[in-house]
Design a protein around this ligand. Structure first.
Ligand SMILES: *Cc1c(COP(=O)(O)O)cnc(C)c1O
Length: 354
């Protein structure tokens, strides 16, 4: 078993963030759902989120929700379900976000078969142009159809923002969602349990005190797991150091910084360019582009320069570092959201839960 490279996942930080976000949301009448997709829904991460006081675990993929089925929380499927997965959706998700009648019909058939009441949140598009109908009348019509389907229970209305089109959650679009929900409630004489207004991108609006009363759910992923939200800005009272990466040095040599005669393309078909810093002490780490886009990782030792890499090698300039690195030393890196995603997905990177 390879120990390195390894991504370190600080579970206490996740619980800390979840706990503080639950408290912050409570003041504004919001109960967050905890989104696990960045961490591929490893059960350890699901447990850490639940330990922070969040009651619903949400993920885009049904394969991920399946990994969480033995935990206490309710499960919610975020990505609009595929008809071909209707059986698993009903089996592993208590709630799903939906926008298509054919899919809802397939879920209804499955729910009846499995003797379940599957909970449905209808998605309405407020202009970000990802999922949901953009037209109020279509969303109202879909709600009418769901009401008629045996096996399904209409429990909410939701929208997704700042994901594709870069539309920010605002007083205006959140108020429109509430108004639409009120129309559905009046027409069918029901109370919707969830008005699911946004992702972590909705936190700044809420923390300013501007989230309209009635929105009672935010689906929080990046903020719980990494302490970041809209535009990747840090969220107050959360920590950003949940994840880091450790890689091992396999070679240290002094070399010129410019290749002898560079005429060929690199392994990825690009013409490489070089900065001439003269003779420098360099290290090779056993990690490469097959594991992670190396622009998404930053050495914690600020005196190290990432020079480049190939599929399986990361080349570092360690000349200016004061640390006594040797072959076998470990180097630690901070990771961006995209970097964490790749490390969590890669089968070559060990997951170390701390
Ligand atoms: C990923 C996702 C979220 C969570 O977004 P974060 O920015 O990580 O908080 C919320 N809702 C939906 C529909 C998603 O796909």
């Amino acid at each position: 078993m390879n120990h390195y490279p390894c991504i370190n996942i600080h579970l206490d930080t996740i619980t800390h963030n979840a706990h503080n976000l639950v408290s912050a949301c409570e003041r504004f009448g919001v109960k967050p759902a905890g989104v696990t997709k960045l961490a591929c829904a490893y059960p350890e991460v699901g447990e850490a989120i639940l330990a922070g006081g969040i009651g619903i675990l949400a993920d885009s993929r049904i394969q991920n929700l399946k990994k969480l089925r033995h935990l206490d929380g309710e499960t919610m499927l975020l990505r609009i379900p595929a008809i071909s997965q209707a059986r698993e959706v009903v089996q592993y998700a208590d709630i799903s976000l939906n926008s298509e009648l054919e899919t809802l019909q397939a879920l209804a058939v499955e729910a009846v078969k499995q003797h379940k009441l599957h909970q449905v949140i209808i998605m309405h598009d407020m202009g970000d142009l990802r999922e949901g109908s953009f037209y109020q009348e279509e969303t109202l019509q879909l709600a009418r159809e769901v009401m008629k389907l045996e096996g399904l229970k209409l429990v909410g209305l939701g929208t997704n923002l700042a994901c594709y089109g870069g539309v920010e959650p605002s007083i205006d679009n959140q108020t429109q969602l509430i108004t639409l929900a009120q129309q559905i409630e009046a027409e069918h004489k029901i109370t919707l349990s969830y008005l699911s207004g946004a992702s972590s991108a909705g936190l700044p609006l809420m923390l300013r005190g501007d989230l309209p009363k009635g929105i009672n759910q935010l689906r929080l992923g990046a903020s719980v797991l990494m302490g970041i939200g809209l535009n990747d800005d840090p969220v107050p009272n959360t920590r950003q150091d949940t994840f880091d990466l450790t890689a091992e040095i396999v070679e240290i040599k002094v070399k010129p910084s410019v290749p002898a005669e560079s005429t060929a393309l690199d392994a990825f078909g690009h013409k490489p360019t070089f900065t001439d810093r003269g003779l420098r002490k360099r290290a090779i780490c056993a990690i490469g582009k097959q594991d992670i886009d190396i622009s998404q990782m930053t050495p914690k030792d600020r005196n190290i320069i990432v020079i480049g890499g190939s599929s399986d090698h990361l080349i570092l300039d360690i000349n200016d570092s004061d640390m006594p690195y040797h072959v076998g030393s470990l180097i630690e890196f901070e990771l961006s959201y995209g970097g964490v995603l790749q490390c969590m997905t890669s089968e070559y990177i060990t997951k170390r839960f701390i």
